[in-house]
Design a protein around this ligand. Structure first.
Ligand SMILES: [Zn+2]
Length: 352
């Protein structure tokens, strides 16, 4: 891989998923050199199934396409935003910094092709995370920002000038009407974050729910860094309860459908089953016998064995079905293991 600015930019766009990664930030700053012998030291992974990939991005690094009628989506291959053109202006849904100025370029492209306004009048926030909102400030102060009440509280806490606070907030439900269009916003409990919201387009057969299901791909590292694991496991069923055909997951390069949600639910259920089996099947004795009073070494190697027991058959089953099953399934299995232990209490034993 050459280290031209273009390569670095596209690497940044592809690499900075769901959360800030310090190494990526350093790379973006141009401080890190290309590893001298990357090919010798980096692991190999299974090929990505073609079904995981979306349309190619253009020379400027984005793809914009129609979801249904006047609802469009934009991607850089890793992140997604959406926008609705209306007779009174454009409503934008999320503003990922990796797409950045390409958001307005994509809107300009569609607006000029259809002879409608390209002026963003509203930005709806899915949740407070910077990797989905960090380009919000590009649209200036004269925009109405809409978000859940906890999104406002968390953004006030984080005090990041790239993410202006919502002007309009809601607690559980809010119907946003702009230029004759209708968007139903709902907060149905904590999941990925305490504030993550369901964005339903009842007249466009579409649901947007970010950082839960990444169509075609396994979850990002450690189960998408979901803060509430039981809430995140429950979220896809809440998504399925809405009527929709098209799913905007906030990642990766393509839209989703109802089958993508079902596959994801099966993947998570398979991991839960595997973890429950591992809690019974893996004998802790050899690990604690070997490490003696180094309790953490015993715990770590015991849990590594449990994770491997749970993850190995799932990796095998989903390789070729979900992209990167061999990359991130183990870290997700660990998070689910801890949730089953700590949230559900399974595997806890009371000292006699
Ligand atoms: Zn997030």
């Amino acid at each position: 891989m050459s280290s031209t600015p273009t390569t670095r930019r596209s690497f940044l766009a592809r690499g900075a998923v769901l959360a800030s990664v310090p190494a990526i930030a350093t790379l973006a700053g141009g401080v890190l050199a290309e590893p001298a012998s990357a090919d010798d030291t980096l692991p190999d992974y299974a090929p990505i199934p073609p079904s995981a990939l979306g349309p190619a991005v253009n020379a400027q690094g984005y793809f914009v396409g129609r979801v249904e009628k006047n609802l469009y989506w934009v991607t850089d291959g890793t992140y997604q935003a959406a926008f609705l053109t209306t007779k009174d202006g454009v409503v934008l849904f999320d503003a990922p910094p990796t797409i950045g100025d390409n958001l307005q370029r994509a809107i300009d492209e569609i607006a000029s092709a259809n002879g409608v306004s390209n002026k963003v009048t509203h930005i709806v926030y899915s949740h407070h995370h910077a990797d989905h909102l960090g380009a919000s400030s590009l649209f200036g102060r004269d925009v109405i920002r809409v978000g859940q009440i906890e999104t406002k509280r968390l953004l006030a806490r984080d005090n990041d000038p790239t993410r202006p606070l919502p002007d309009v907030t809601f607690e559980t439900h809010h119907t946003l009407r702009v230029g004759g269009e209708r968007i139903d916003l709902a907060w149905l409990g904590t999941n990925h974050t305490p504030d993550n919201s369901y964005i339903h387009f009842p007249d466009h057969g579409t649901l947007m729910l970010v950082d839960i299901v990444l169509p075609g791909w396994v979850p990002y590292n450690s189960f998408n860094l979901n803060e509430d694991v039981p809430g995140s496991i429950a979220a896809p069923a809440k998504a399925m309860a809405y009527p929709w055909k098209h799913f905007i997951g906030g990642h990766m390069g393509r839209l989703g459908n109802r089958r993508d949600i079902a596959v994801y639910q099966q993947y998570v259920n398979d991991l839960i089953d595997g973890v429950k089996k591992a809690l019974v099947a893996v004998d802790p004795t050899p690990f604690f016998a070997k490490y003696g009073n180094n309790a953490w070494a015993g715990v770590k190697t015991y849990q590594d064995a449990q994770v491997n027991y749970a993850a190995a058959p799932v990796i095998k089953k989903y390789t070729g079905i979900l992209a990167a099953a061999d990359v991130y399934t183990a870290s997700t299995a660990f998070v689910i293991l801890e949730s089953i232990r700590l949230d559900l209490g399974i595997g806890s034993q009371i000292h006699p």
